[in-house]
Design a protein around this ligand. Structure first.
Ligand SMILES: *Cc1c(COP(=O)(O)O)cnc(C)c1O
Length: 233
């Protein structure tokens, strides 16, 4: 085993253990939460090693980088787009991804719906919600989504599987807890008005706060930097 592979295997084992511990603390099954390995801070070589170590779900925040990497990484991989998508890139990205976490406007949603229809595919997606109300953040305001339930109920080609959020940056993971709890509460509220969608997925939690997110109900955690830390040169 190479030093790179050893260290990646160790980082991965630590993260999976911390995920399992957070599940146990909150009375959730260990398989209730999936790891999305966010690869933007890793080299191609390191990402390929992760896949060879059995990681199957990879996330990228930039569409072009996702396409570039999807073209060279081989193995059993499902790609998740987790960052903002410009509508003019939708046609190229849809065939490359298993899920988009960052549907952040009705216009984007409508573009995805019509292109997925043209391509004859079903696209899985999550609605990005700005629960903390920060000005600079992408995502729907909760009220905007509640006012859009008819449009959501009418979708035929995009399957909305749940919600995603980003907590404000903080050194203290506890700062994120109320944001994650609010996403979950909002999900329950939206699901009650959208019986046609299960909204089972909650994509929340990153390297600094994924344990808190799991305690608050995350089903997908997006972990990047702590997977790739301490790698040999
Ligand atoms: C980069 C990124 C992550 C991963 O963040 P880390 O702190 O590196 O774990 C998660 N979600 C989104 C949307 C990101 O852009």
């Amino acid at each position: 085993m190479s030093a790179l592979r050893d260290r990646l295997a160790e980082n991965l084992a630590v993260i999976r253990q911390r995920m399992a511990d957070a599940c146990a603390r909150s009375g959730r099954a260990a398989d209730a939460v999936r790891l999305i390995a966010v690869t933007k801070s890793g080299s191609i070589e390191a990402v390929q090693q992760l896949v060879d170590l059995g990681v199957t779900e990879l996330g990228e925040s930039r569409p072009q980088q996702l396409l570039d990497r999807a073209a060279v990484i081989h193995g059993d991989v499902r790609w998740h787009l987790i960052g903002h998508l410009q509508r003019n890139k939708a046609r190229r990205i849809i065939p490359a991804i298993a899920c988009i976490h960052s549907i952040d406007s009705l216009r984007l949603l409508q573009t995805l719906e019509s292109i997925a229809g043209e391509l004859g595919v079903r696209l899985q997606g999550l609605l990005e919600v700005n629960v903390s109300g920060e000005e600079a953040k992408d995502g729907f305001a909760p009220d905007e989504l509640l006012a859009s339930v008819d449009a959501l109920a009418g979708l035929q080609h995009v399957q909305i599987k749940g919600l995603m959020t980003m907590a404000p940056y903080s050194e203290d993971p506890e700062t994120a807890r109320p944001v994650f709890a609010a996403l979950r509460t909002f999900r329950d509220q939206l699901a009650a008005r959208l019986p046609s969608h299960a909204l089972a997925e909650l994509s929340m939690g990153m390297s600094g706060d994924f344990e808190v997110a799991i305690e608050e109900g995350a089903t997908l955690v997006r972990v990047g930097s702590s997977l790739f830390e301490g790698l040999p040169e």
